[in-house]
Design a protein around this ligand. Structure first.
Ligand code: PLP
Length: 393
């Protein structure tokens, strides 16, 4: 049997690969500490679980409209108004099986073969793969640690061609935790308007912002910019609901309709029970969102100085999300490893600590550590990393 050509172009997720390897070691009885997780370690708040159970018991177990229940669209519209001051119509919203699925639908609906999407690096691992799956060409713009991993309009200009269809802005960023300020977003938005480039604003970490930093959606700049932007978000990270698989897109109704058509022939609709849970998440108290944010902030502040005091490790302090993305090339060389990914493999083998190598994020000198784990575990992992560096130098 010959598989489709498109499969050959896809790189498996490096995040999932390291998680699998760590799982294997744990199954063999080793005390493995996994810092690869891309999900909150908290359980979904109880009132959301209760709402889901009530919905199932009330018989809400059938197909729903493809783009989501009207009540969920209203809850999302309410959230966007409350948090960003946006006005959206139900025809401008699609709910999908997680933000990842919504992005997949977006690229399928948007791209013709050869169309280019600009992706600032470091980037979330799935963007380039999803663009390729839609026949598009991912064009990455490297953004260095010195520039806090953020692109400027000059960087953008150099990468734009006649085939450029869209640019992705992921703020706060996975993996760097950086947030674009409004001043930084304005020239980028202006350029995209002038050149008719769609702005894809992935705001999935919007609620996880620390130490007095603030979140700005690029679409808040003006009504014209909002019309040029598709906003992506969901409940996974904000409400500790990764397993429920609810994400959404808000934007141009033609694009939303095209995405809905594709979903209607592939997934039909997101799980009905999850949609009821998400209605409760958006319409209910946001207190637990804030509690989880505070817990992440505490952990970040507790571990950051210790991590950056390790020899050969440099790291910009993250402003949001729940990852640290240090450059460890020097530490890696000092330990006798040419490639950071080899350092990562040896760390897992010898010290049983799983971190994600930066290659999949377009930044091979870095590693990603998730602090969506208890402080106790994270500190124990840092002990082991310190021990690893010491014994190899
Ligand atoms: N966007 C970014 C930047 C992410 O890190 C993730 C998950 O890791 C997603 C989107 C997808 O989230 P979900 O599909 O769980 O809504």
């Amino acid at each position: 049997m010959q598989l489709a050509k498109r499969v050959e172009t896809i790189t498996p997720s490096s995040t999932l690969a390291i998680t699998a390897k760590a799982g294997e070691l744990a199954a063999r009885g080793y005390d493995v500490i996994g810092l690869g997780a891309g999900q909150p370690d908290f359980n979904t708040p109880n009132f959301i679980i209760d709402a889901a159970m009530d919905a199932v018991k009330a018989g809400h177990t059938k197909y729903t409209p493809t783009a989501g229940l009207p009540a969920l669209k209203e809850a999302i519209i309410g959230k966007l108004k409350r948090d960003q001051g946006f006005d959206y119509q139900p025809t401008e919203i699609i709910v999908g099986n997680g933000a990842k699925h919504v992005l997949y639908l977006l690229f399928q609906a948007l791209l013709n073969p050869g169309d280019e999407v600009i992706i600032p690096a470091p980037y979330w691992v799935s963007y380039p793969e999803q663009v390729k799956l839609a026949g598009g060409v991912p064009v990455s713009i490297p953004a260095t640690q010195e520039q806090h991993f953020k692109i400027t309009v000059d960087d953008l200009e150099k990468a734009v061609t006649e085939r450029t269809k869209a640019v992705i802005i992921n703020s706060p960023s996975n993996p760097t935790g950086m947030i674009y300020t409004r001043d930084e977003l304005e020239p980028i938005a202006g350029y995209c308007l002038d050149h008719d480039i769609l702005i894809i604003s992935d705001e999935i970490y919007e609620k996880l912002i620390y130490n007095g930093n603030s979140f700005n959606s690029i679409a808040q700049i003006s009504d014209q910019v909002k019309a040029q932007t598709i906003v992506i978000n969901g409940v996974s990270k904000s409400h500790a609901m990764t397993g429920w698989r609810i994400g959404y897109a808000a934007g141009d109704s033609r694009l939303i309709k095209a995405m809905t058509n594709i979903a209607s022939h592939s997934t039909s609709n997101p799980a009905s029970v999850s949609q009821y849970a998400a209605i409760a998440a958006y319409n209910g108290s946001q207190e637990s969102v804030e509690e989880m944010r505070q817990a992440f902030e505490k952990r970040l502040n507790a571990v950051y100085d210790r991590l950056t005091s390790m020899p050969g490790v440099t790291c910009v302090k993250p402003q949001g999300a729940f990852y640290l993305f240090p450059n460890i090339q020097e530490a890696s060389h000092a330990c006798g490893f040419d490639r950071v990914s080899d350092w990562v493999s040896a760390l897992l083998e010898e010290e049983k600590v799983a971190v994600v190598p930066g290659e999949g994020f377009g930044a091979p000198e870095h590693i990603r550590l998730s602090y969506a784990t208890s402080l106790e575990k994270f500190e124990k992992a840092l002990d082991r990393i310190e021990h690893f560096i010491k014994t190899h130098q």
